[in-house]
Design a binder for this molecule. Sequence first.
Ligand code: GLA
Length: 554
Amino acid sequence: MRRYRNRGAAPIARALLLALTGIILCGFGEAMAESAAKQILITLPPMGWSSWNSFSNTVNSEIVMAQAKAMISTGMAKAGYRYINIDEGWWLGERDADGNIVVDAKAWPALAPGERAGDMANIVRYIHSLGLKAGIYTDAGNDGCSMYPDLGSVYQHTGSEGHYERDLLQFAKWGFDYVKVDWCGGDKEKLDPAVQYAEISRAISMAESATGHPLFFSICEWGKDSPWTWAPSVGRAVADIWRTSGDIVTPIVAHNKFSGRLASFPGVLSNFDQGVHPEAQHTGYYNDPDMMVIGMPGLADAQNRTHMSLWAISGAPLLVGADLTKLSDTTLATLTNPEVLAVDQDALGLQGVKVATYGDGLEVWSKALSTPGARALLLLNRTGEAASITVNWNDLGLADSTSATVRDVWAHDDLGSLNGSYSTVVPALDAVMLIVHGSERNRTEYAPDGSGTGMANGTIMRRNRLVNFTQVASHVPMARVRIAYINSDNVPRFEELRVNGRTATRIAFPPTGSDPAVGTVWIESQLDRPGTNNVLSFSTNCDQGPVIVSISVE
Ligand code: GLA
């Protein structure tokens, strides 16, 4: 293990030079370059609307068109919301003799001259015509959740088991951009979700190759079988999200027997808490605490704002469950605050972590942002009384000897430049969201043990299937780790990372360009061993991993 202080391209170049000797055991050729490491773009968490929370099984073409129009007229599309996602209820389980899905022609009529009623491509064309993207829904099992309908009749066989390739290809051919795959049938049949969702992911890739049309993958297994341990890159998905908990609310459908149901703030907090798995959220893979209930009956304006802050500090998918045609101006302002959306959509794609707790229920959450020295903070008061909460720069991984600017992103207010810490009173069951901008503490950079790379004929080669970094130290238990790597292929390559022999997560390494440039991606790892006792092991198939050049740790 070699250890370097400070950041920048020089240690990386040095690490490459240190790798010049040794037998090439396995690997692939890479041309050598000494360019500076650049942050590689990853897929950001999806933003949009879903039909389930406000329309349950009653969803149809008319409802979807009205919501799509409202996404434009409310300014939500301008703020970044894109997906119009059709959830359960669109299909009643019928297939033709060849096994193709057949839908109710009345619910999904022709919308333009020349269209055929009962063709889901009609609604997709409409959504696309507004510049939006369209999402669809199925189940991994044979029967879908329509066997336990929230409203209306029971329908069997609303799942895709036995038809994964056919159905996913159909969705892509219809033009959908997003697919949510539920787990009612899989659960009933006691299937293994890691296996089923990997198969579905492969069916998605095949559909994408056949049609040239990308389908974003949303896994909905409610956190039952710890999806954060297997869902990142399942079946080699280049990006995906996975639900981490049950439903945040049972649907509240207007003018209906369940119209009196209410969303609850404890439910929001519970889904937030169950969604915290920062070690799995990286390189385009996201924990999904569920569609939001902002703007639905049951939450006050301040609770809606806190809900939005919780999802943003998590870097969670932002899928609105409310009826977009009925949002109040205050709710709309909550959903479209650009500073809060920028926290959620930050380019590092990391999840916020709890960095301080005071007594029972006063907490500081911090999300590292891509601007060096910047952190989004949530000062959360779970208690029934207003209380003062203090943020220490030291807890944020910032140099505490220097001053940092503080901004309140809900009040759009600069609170000045402060040394070492900031305190403010947070009302009962409420939160304050801030951006603190200070100076990063120096990170320590490490080259792989025994040098993970080698040179042959002017190209950098990966030497081993296993690349180890031992004797790694960290200032904080949940540390940010920047990985410098080279992937001059034109598709992502993958690595399994094991930390202290314990946590495993699969990381995507997108192409770094053909210079080849050194690129960087960020992860969060639980480096909880004292001193320099932490061990990070990357492993891959011989012909598929990137060259891991170095890691740097806060
Ligand atoms: C499950 C999911 C919900 C929704 C319903 C549809 O409960 O968790 O998000 O898709 O199914 O029945």
